[in-house]
Design a protein around this ligand. Sequence first.
Ligand SMILES: [Zn+2]
Length: 149
Amino acid sequence: MKGCYYCDRDEGFRELLFEVCELRASRVFLCKDQTLAGRCTIMYKDHYEEIFEIPKAERDLYMDDVCLLAETINELFHPDKINYGIYGDECRHVHYTICPKYKGKLGWGKPFVLFPDPAERIYLTDEEYEERINLLRTALLRKSGKAQS
Ligand SMILES: [Zn+2]
């Protein structure tokens, strides 16, 4: 849908969310904000604004993708808990933020912090983002059976 942040994925989007891969019913992005290591978002492949509007068979595939991503983040980054967020008052396209939480770190024991204080945010170098994206992509595609070679 034109004018939708997740459908358009314009330059501003691509500066904050780095595409990892497509899964069966979704696209996965690594968040530029890596204050909590492994934080990703996963959008439903088509434009829906409420999860209950997605036909059940497709929604089931999407939930499988959400679980696959959460399991992969758990294996790669070893958080103490994973938080799942769907808000979207402004950015309405169905997407989860999958936020790994770590004891003693930002937001532990509370809902995860959507926009950490800029002074607290951890950003990586281009090489570190590339490495993290490749790590996630390789694991996700292998686990989803979509891996090449
Ligand atoms: Zn959209």
